[in-house]
Design a protein around this ligand. Structure first.
Ligand SMILES: [Zn+2]
Ligand SMILES: [Zn+2]
Ligand SMILES: [Zn+2]
Length: 125
């Protein structure tokens, strides 16, 4: 699938990775030591480059200015969603109750795939 444009951005330095695994590895290698001082450091908004003193302030800004939420998954602490939609989708796909019908999940996946296809077609024209 060469048209897969999904990417995962490091919320600390902004580097992009094609897979969650790649991003996780990057974070472990590059940012683990900084974890403890992270709250005191100044953090740049990766979109408009405004500077914030802590992650919470940046998150509030991201939500208000860019509609990006960086919501961490309650179940797997490594996953951070950039939008409520992405978060809901992740919860549904990976942490939904067993009784949740598989059809509902498949429908959602199908919809997402269709949306992606449309977006790609728009890009190429
Ligand atoms: Zn990084
Ligand atoms: Zn910003
Ligand atoms: Zn999760």
């Amino acid at each position: 699938n060469t048209h897969n444009k999904v990417k995962f951005d490091c919320d600390i330095c902004g580097e992009s990775y094609k897979t969650v695994k790649g991003l996780e590895t990057h974070k472990k290698n590059k940012h683990t030591e900084n974890r403890r001082t992270e709250n005191k450091a100044h953090i740049n908004c990766p979109i408009c480059c405004k500077v914030y003193v802590n992650k919470l302030a940046l998150q509030r800004h991201m939500t208000a200015a860019h509609k990006i939420i960086n919501k961490q998954c309650d179940y797997c602490t490594d996953f951070v969603a950039k939008s409520q939609e992405e978060y809901d989708f992740h919860i549904l796909k990976y942490h939904s109750q067993p009784q949740t019908s598989k059809t509902a999940i498949n429908d959602l996946i199908m919809e997402t795939v269709e949306e992606l296809d449309e977006a790609i077609e728009d890009d190429e024209q």
